[in-house]
Design a protein around this ligand. Structure first.
Ligand code: S3P
Length: 435
């Protein structure tokens, strides 16, 4: 499989600006986009998907599904996917770039078919733990060589298990459920804390019976997926987080982010920002393809530090880097706990955030699983090491918009994994991000 063409080392600077104004149409949700491609690719019939995120991570999932027999084409702004019912043996390795969601979910999906696939990834993905999926999938009967990428998956002949997740992870939950589709018997997953439920919701849209009773999710093996014909991917609340925080911390800002998914298992950042005193309104709430969406209006705000309860972490797991930026501009201390999972994201995000803030002159204390940020007026005037992590890169650029001095990042290339037009969109609102 061809590797994505991307300029890895493109240093970029974000200058302080006085105002952000306008409409920020952020791309489709990354989690929903991956699942839309994977489920359509094993369903009977053709699925037309609108709003798909065309970020590198999702395009790697599309390439992998093509390599295993699905027909996937883009026509104008819509994606057309014709399923392969049974996935086929891929001819070469499946290169998954930076995408943990592709690797974890595909491990589960592929495990259910009698084929062998080798997953490879970039330097960041190759360091990330895969044991969290190989342990339950091995119990189901799949075989693996390697517990980091490159990793060989040998699938087929699975039996259902009951599995209590040792960590709150939607990726692990989804891997077991996707394997359960082709396992003999009833697969049961028990979650320690609620995590994003896009797999469960979308499986239902494909006609799969899945029972959710509190923390327990049950799925009978052998069910066939039927295309719902159309799927719409709403805008990504995790991508919206960047312009939202940018508007809050810059002076004289007033923006709208339209059509953002309001899933209650993804809204922890918004709850926290409201507690901090943010001027955010959720307008025109409406339903779209099984999810609620809203247009988010955000105006510059005087923020106050808060303590974020640890049980909220799964609903904002990708948003701690940008919350830390908001906290750096708030009055008083913000305390975040229950952050152990941040250490195994695209980078060690806890360390990366602490280094970024300290470099910008912010008082920050990092514990093994916690972060304490003392707000004020960050100085900036630093270069942030992004460690191939898109969310660290975007957070640093937002920091530069409101800091006293510009903020540089070592590389902006990986922003394309989740938010390809981030710079164009932010500059359209009034940001000054450039080479
Ligand atoms: C995701 C789940 C989360 C999140 C990731 C996307 C998903 O990971 O961080 O960006 O689509 O299921 P974990 O399951 O590892 O928490």
């Amino acid at each position: 499989m061809k590797k994505a063409i991307r300029t890895e080392n493109t240093p970029v600077v974000s200058h302080p600006v006085t105002s952000l104004r306008g409409v920020a149409a952020v791309p489709g949700d990354k989690s929903v986009s991956h699942r839309a491609l994977m489920l359509s690719a094993i369903a009977e019939g053709e699925t037309v998907v609108t709003g798909l995120l065309e970020g590198e991570d999702v395009l790697h999932t599309a390439d992998a599904m093509r390599a295993m027999g699905a027909k996937i084409e883009k026509k104008d702004d819509t994606w057309h996917i014709r399923g392969a019912a049974a996935l086929q043996q891929p001819a070469g390795e499946l290169y998954l770039g930076n995408s943990g969601t592709s690797a974890r979910l595909l491990a589960g999906l592929v495990a259910g078919f009698p084929l062998t696939a080798v997953f490879t990834g970039d330097a960041s993905l190759s360091k990330r733990p895969m044991k969290r999926v190989t342990v339950p999938l091995t119990q189901m009967g799949a075989k693996f060589e390697g517990d980091k990428l490159p990793m060989k998956v040998i699938g087929g002949n699975l039996k259902a298990i009951t599995y209590t997740l040792p960590v709150a992870s939607a990726q692990v939950k989804s891997a077991v459920l996707l394997a359960g589709l082709n396992a003999a018997g009833e697969t049961v997953v028990i979650e320690p804390q609620p995590t994003r439920d896009h797999t469960e919701k979308m499986l239902r849209q494909f006609g799969v019976e899945i029972a959710v009773d509190g923390a327990e999710i049950r799925l009978q093996g052998g069910q066939k997926l039927k295309s719902p014909a159309m799927l719409h991917v709403p805008a990504d609340p995790s991508a919206a987080a960047f312009p939202v925080v940018a508007a809050l911390i810059t002076q004289d800002s007033d923006i709208i982010v339209p059509n953002v998914m309001m899933n209650p298992r993804r809204d922890g950042l918004y709850t926290t920002l409201l507690e901090m005193g943010a001027d955010i309104a959720f307008e025109n709430r409406r339903g779209a393809s099984g999810e609620e969406v809203a247009d988010i209006r955000v105006r510059s705000s005087e923020l106050k530090g808060v303590t974020v309860p640890p049980e909220r972490a799964p609903s904002m797991i990708d948003e701690f880097p940008i919350l830390a930026i908001a906290a750096a501009f708030a009055e008083g201390e913000t305390v975040m706990t229950g952050l152990g999972e941040l250490r195994v994201k695209e980078s060690d995000r806890l360390a990366a955030v602490a280094d970024m803030l300290a470099g910008a002159g912010v008082t920050v204390e990092a514990g093994e699983e916690s972060l304490r940020v003392t707000g004020g007026q960050p100085k900036g005037g630093c270069t942030v090491a992004t460690h191939l992590d898109h969310r660290i890169a975007m957070s640093a650029l937002v920091l530069g918009m409101a800091a006293a001095e510009p903020v540089f990042i070592d590389s902006a290339g990986m922003i394309a994994t989740s938010f390809p037009d981030f710079t164009g969109l932010m500059n359209g609102l009034g940001a000054e991000i450039g080479a």
